[in-house]
Design a protein around this ligand. Structure first.
Ligand SMILES: Cc1cc2nc3c(=O)[nH]c(=O)nc-3n(C[C@H](O)[C@H](O)[C@H](O)COP(=O)(O)OP(=O)(O)OC[C@H]3O[C@@H](n4cnc5c(N)ncnc54)[C@H](O)[C@@H]3O)c2cc1C
Ligand code: SF4
Ligand code: SF4
Length: 418
């Protein structure tokens, strides 16, 4: 890249980071995306459908991947992280660490290596609901469409069965960590979020009761490319789920866990209620909430779901979830806020509407300040450093897209000013 000092560095290749990079590149600026996963798309790649239209998120992602592929102004580093930054607005020097994928660009995604690999690992893309081999494709629509080896479980050159099976010389078990230094004019942090660890809420049984899952696991259980090929089957015995309960604000708006409202969990549960209702006409859904938040344009969606008489929305605080050891069914005890007293309900599966926790920790990147809730501060970054999307505040994809376009403009201004 001849004019590196005019480039914009985007840390995080989820929908917000991709949008910032594509918008800036299409305005004529060189952009560099640094993504720590082996693929782009972030959390959106794991969703089954988007509320409120219930369309598959992959349409939008694919369009962006095409824009990236055809634009020479965008450089993408996957499996990479920002190691250090020095300098100031208009002239930063950033060092990027490139972790070894152990599979090079000659990979044709033929899958021959997977057939011979003897080692299995939990599939983190599906939250451990199934397994992959040590060499694997992160998911079937991965961009880039290239396999990767999990070096934490691969037994290496003493095995090398995959190397033998690969006709294209695409596997290099000796590939080392590498790094690259770039000069950039501005930096945008689009590092997004991680699901809050539901095991922290002892009373809700996650991690102890198999049929208590999180909302992100529910996205994968419902997705046609998920561990159950889109059939909503519960983890303990693969029984089809017909009676389901959602527990809202699981960890959010709680000073012992996440102090913020995660903004989208109510909409996510309403959406997931439609996944169940669509698959099984005789299914029943209970949503336990303290406040149901479906602001602005989303109110129509809330009303539509509420019209379904098999979906019950109950104002109540879930005090505990236990397991019926004979059946594996979760049993909820709920404080009934409106009716008074306690509700006891046995269901096939419980979904915890767990909130979003910022993935970038305080002090994790130079020049980045965070708020009390852990999200990157809206104000007070050093000049030329910006943040966008859920890295900045919890929200939906539309908000993230709008915000990312704004971040592209701000980062261009930093480049032009100097
Ligand atoms: C259960 C659930 C369902 C949802 N459903 C919907 C829906 O239907 N419709 C909707 O509009 N919204 C939905 N959302 C919200 C949606 O997921 C977010 O709006 C979206 O993920 C925000 O994108 P982002 O790019 O800001 O963050 P992310 O998707 O988190 O992307 C951030 C990227 O940055 C990378 N990264 C993080 N740290 C680093 C680092 N240090 N170095 C390099 N890379 C890094 C990550 O690997 C990731 O790829 C849902 C959320 C949940 C919890
Ligand atoms: S690494 Fe080789 S064998 Fe494996 S999918 Fe790629 S080309 Fe095929
Ligand atoms: S070398 Fe590693 S990835 Fe390749 S087949 Fe053996 S265990 Fe699997």
């Amino acid at each position: 890249m001849s004019d590196d000092n005019k480039a914009i560095l985007v840390v995080g290749g989820g929908i917000s980071g991709i949008t910032t990079a594509v918008e800036a590149a299409e305005a004529g600026y060189n952009t560099i995306i640094v993504e720590r996963n082996p693929y782009l798309g972030g959390r959106v790649a794991q969703l089954n459908r988007y509320f409120p239209k219930l369309c598959p998120p992959y349409c939008g992602l694919e369009m962006n991947f095409r824009r990236i592929k055809t634009n020479p102004k965008i450089t993408v580093y996957t499996m990479s992280e920002l190691e250090s930054v020095s300098g100031s607005e208009g002239n930063f020097t950033a060092r990027i660490r490139k972790n070894p994928r152990l599979v090079n660009e000659k990979c044709t995604a033929c899958d021959k290596c997977v057939e011979v690999c003897p080692v299995e690992r939990p599939n983190e893309f599906n939250f451990g609901l199934d397994k992959t081999k040590a060499i694997y494709m992160p998911h079937e629509m991965s961009f880039p469409m290239r396999y990767v080896i999990d070096k934490n479980v691969c037994t290496g050159s003493s095995c090398a069965k995959c190397v033998e099976a690969c006709k294209y010389n695409a596997i290099d078990l000796d590939m080392k960590t590498d790094s690259v230094e770039v000069n950039v004019g501005s930096i945008v942090f689009a590092t997004g979020w991680n699901p809050y660890n539901a095991e922290n809420m002892d009373n809700l049984g996650f991690g102890k009761i198999q049929n208590v899952v999180t909302n992100m696991m529910m996205e994968r259980l419902s997705a046609p490319n998920g561990p159950t090929k889109g059939k909503i089957l519960r983890p303990s015995d693969n029984k089809e789920v017909k009676n389901i309960a959602f527990v809202q604000c699981a960890g959010s708006r709680d000073e012992n866990h996440l102090i913020h409202c995660s903004a989208i969990c109510c909409m996510a549960s309403l959406k997931q209620a439609t996944y169940i209702r669509e698959k099984a006409p005789d299914s029943n859904v209970s949503i336990y909430y303290i406040d149901l938040r479906a602001p602005g344009k989303y109110e129509t969606f809330l009303k539509k779901v509420d019209e379904d008489e098999n979906v019950k929305m109950i104002k109540g605080k879930v005090a505990k979830i236990e397991e019926d050891s004979a059946t594996g069914d979760p049993v909820l005890t709920v404080e009934d806020v409106e009716g008074g007293g306690k509700i006891h309900q046995t269901v096939d599966m419980v979904v915890l509407a767990t909130g979003m926790e910022p993935s970038l920790k305080a002090g994790a990147a130079p020049g980045v300040k965070v708020e009390e809730n852990g999200f990157i501060s809206l104000n007070g970054q050093s000049g030329g450093v910006y943040s966008t999307g859920v890295a900045k505040s919890p929200g939906d994809v539309t908000t993230s897209l709008q915000d990312a376009t704004g971040a592209a403009l701000k980062s261009i201004q930093s480049v032009v000013r100097r």
